[in-house]
Design a binder for this molecule. Sequence first.
Ligand SMILES: Cc1cc2nc3c(=O)[nH]c(=O)nc-3n(C[C@H](O)[C@H](O)[C@H](O)COP(=O)(O)OP(=O)(O)OC[C@H]3O[C@@H](n4cnc5c(N)ncnc54)[C@H](O)[C@@H]3O)c2cc1C
Length: 494
Amino acid sequence: MEEFDFLVIGSGSGLDVANVAANRGQSVAIVEKGPLGGTCLNRGCIPSKQLLYHADVYETIERADEFHIDAEVEGVEFAEIVREVTEDVGESSDSIRRGLRSSDQHRLFEGEGRFVDDHTIEISGGEDEGSPAQGAGEDDGTRVRAETILIAAGTRPGVPPIDGIEDVDYLTSREALQLETPPDRLTIVGGGYIAAELGHFFGTFGTDVTILGRRPNLLPEADEEVAAAFTELYGERFAVQTGYAATGVHESDSEITVEAMPYEYDDDGESGRVVDGGEALSVTADELLVAAGRVPNTDTLALENTAVETDADGFVETDEYLRTDAEGVWALGDIVGEYLLKHSANHEARAVMRNLFGDEPEPVDYSAMPFAVFGSPEVAGVGATEEALRAEGAEYATNTYRYDETARGKAMHAEGFVKAIIDLEGEILGCHIVGPDASTLIQEVVTAMTAGSGTVRDIRESIHVHPALPEVVQRAFSGQFTRGGDGGHDHHHH
Ligand SMILES: Cc1cc2nc3c(=O)[nH]c(=O)nc-3n(C[C@H](O)[C@H](O)[C@H](O)COP(=O)(O)OP(=O)(O)OC[C@H]3O[C@@H](n4cnc5c(N)ncnc54)[C@H](O)[C@@H]3O)c2cc1C
């Protein structure tokens, strides 16, 4: 049996750690069952953001008349857009593969890895839809051992238990990113960021989009005020049916009809159910996109043969250093279920490198983990939401500033706002943005929270270019804050 110093399952962010191990002279094995580079490169961040930029360009042209510019889109080579993006990520993935194949330091096993025991992996198959099939299968049945193993096997689209779902042709984000014709009508089940982004993409190119979300708002992870503003703006562009759960689906004459029922959550916002005697809603479209969350790939790993533990949802349990319960076995990225975001996986990869190869192990610091949604409008946030602080009974204060109250925002006819949340000493607790370039604007707040004093002073006292858009962030942190939660003026004291 071949032995290695280091083995990683999954070639997304896990590959970064493998490269560091290789640079330190370790023998390294990489096990990957799909295209090299993982979800972000092949069917996540990279292709989605490349596609979405086309929608943003289109939208800018459509809005030109607001600025007294007569412009019209005369045509869109939609298939060409999609093909170019697909080819681009395919080339990047192939180049990673060639790099690994030609390296003396790495050994690539193409196939599905399964644990035989804590330190032995068996490779099987090697065929995966969409994978470059050359060489696939040659490692089938091979067993390898490694001293250190990193589980970085990610997640895949989850499919909720909707009656009849197995009998219809539905899309997940994976297929939707490669559709070469925009459907006339698209139903999206799910109200999270993937639904929001793909709704924006197809909607801009002419698809009639219906979004069915169980929560009262789209983007339930965002601050409630931001999520509500976003949901309202999306409601002006699309048929947004929030508070509905898809319960059944059937297909006939290449039309897909989804039946949905009103859905309600308990006060804790966690558990919910279909409303008894609620009135059903029925939505018919040409395509159905299921964007209802992600499930961990732990079920492919035969973890029952190891000491690695998983939680109730199947995510790998780790300690704060990202060590699993099996000695010498580590985990990172989507599969640990902390934040299902690429920059979180990268942050965790840096932590694993430090903890594996450094002197002093250090816990992963998740305290200023931002997120962004590249819809229209954009949404971004970092830190605590106001609801979370209220639920904790925390003392905090908020201030909101509108884009159109700044010079640049006004010039852009920008809708949206920045909401700053601080504690009573001025420490930044969170920031939530809906509006143009939110994904960029959030960055200075992250920097202040991570590398600055973490207080309003970092933002207030830094000189901001006038009149650039970050002034809206500066103003949000500079204005008169209002106490919120139980300390609020207009709330009752208990
Ligand atoms: C449509 C979409 C858009 C997204 N947009 C963004 C965004 O804008 N910003 C952002 O931060 N994040 C985004 N994400 C999330 C981001 O893609 C993930 O958080 C990130 O890719 C996780 O990296 P990872 O290394 O944990 O896992 P992955 O990149 O998923 O890598 C896991 C790899 O393991 C392989 N694998 C799984 N099981 C096995 C096995 N048993 N044997 C061998 N190999 C196996 C898989 O084939 C995969 O290649 C998006 C995701 C999607 C789906």
